[in-house]
Design a protein. Sequence first.
Length: 400
Amino acid sequence: MYPFAGLPENLVAFCDALRRQHGFRIGPAEHRDATRALDVVDVADERAVRHALRSILAATRDDVTIFDAAFTQFFFPGSIAPPQDQIPSTREESGTDADGKRADRERARHHPRPGSDADDLSESGGGPVTRIESTDATQEKAAVFASSSYSPLEADAADGPELPVVEPAWREAARSFVRRLQLGLSRRWRPARQGRRFDFRRTLRAGLQTGGEVLSPRWRHRPRRMPRFVLLIDGSRSMGGHAVAALQMAVAMASVTLRIEVFTFSTGLQRVTDQVRRASVGERQRLDRLHHAWAGGTSIGTCLHDFLRRFGDRTVRRDTIVMIASDGLDVGAPDLLRHAMSDLHRRAAGVVWLNPLLETEGYEPTAAGMRAARPYVTTFTSVNDASGLTRLSRTVRLRA
């Protein structure tokens, strides 16, 4: 099945071919994810290997088509596959000049600049990988090549995004959103200055201070329940700049309520509540040590299942509103996502799915992940700015 001698050489060569020939944005983080994925699948099963690598190395729907063609051409060169020049481009090339050539800004987006690390690699023998024999020396060379390969996402994957400063418009929208959401009356009666029920015991005790004269009646009422919030932000590559708006919403909500938990996920899950709360009071915070919870592939079902297993019992209750900010492009198992969404719907007061692509003209939520999640979503909308959060406060639906 594999054209090279060992698995490390094959994985390095395939990732290098996707990056150099098709413009895939693959760096050390994606290479580590792919290596971990191959540890849990049968490497002798071509279908399992294809699906595992596709979920990590392909970031968009167009990438999936290109990935399948490139996978077949690389691992099965003798089979029928489209020629190299007929494989479609990874993304649409915009900004062409009169001669049909790509503009400089588009070329710089897909290829490293002259004089960068990629050029140094090509001059020192880091170009196309040739067939080699499986020896200890060659495996050591492959490891060195993988660690020094060029990646336009290397800095972002290592450090993570910087949390934005709370803008006044976002804070007002978050305050309005939190105030409007009330989950009905509590079952317990609480002491109050005015209420519907006369508190005989507390009235008699208050009369002891006035010689037994009942001068100050006491009352009890049922206060309204304030909700808890759980915000799950999809930080995969397919979300792009939309994840910044979700982080802005998280910081704004944390500035007006303490009843919030924030998580990021990609192929793994990470709790970032502490960093978000510090950013909400004006501290400069960067989400670091996210590992597989940012700028990678997308595995929504696996991450939601991990969230329920680790944090579900103490964060998701009948007064909790779960908000998922994701485009729904999931290449994982739909049954796993369906089971996790069903569990969230059963436990929480409401499940809000914020899909930033809903504002795109002609978009239809037909992805497998969205089809699996939609039956268990109580509110399906998008929030890309402060006005969208204000609009959500008037349209959100909760269970009684």
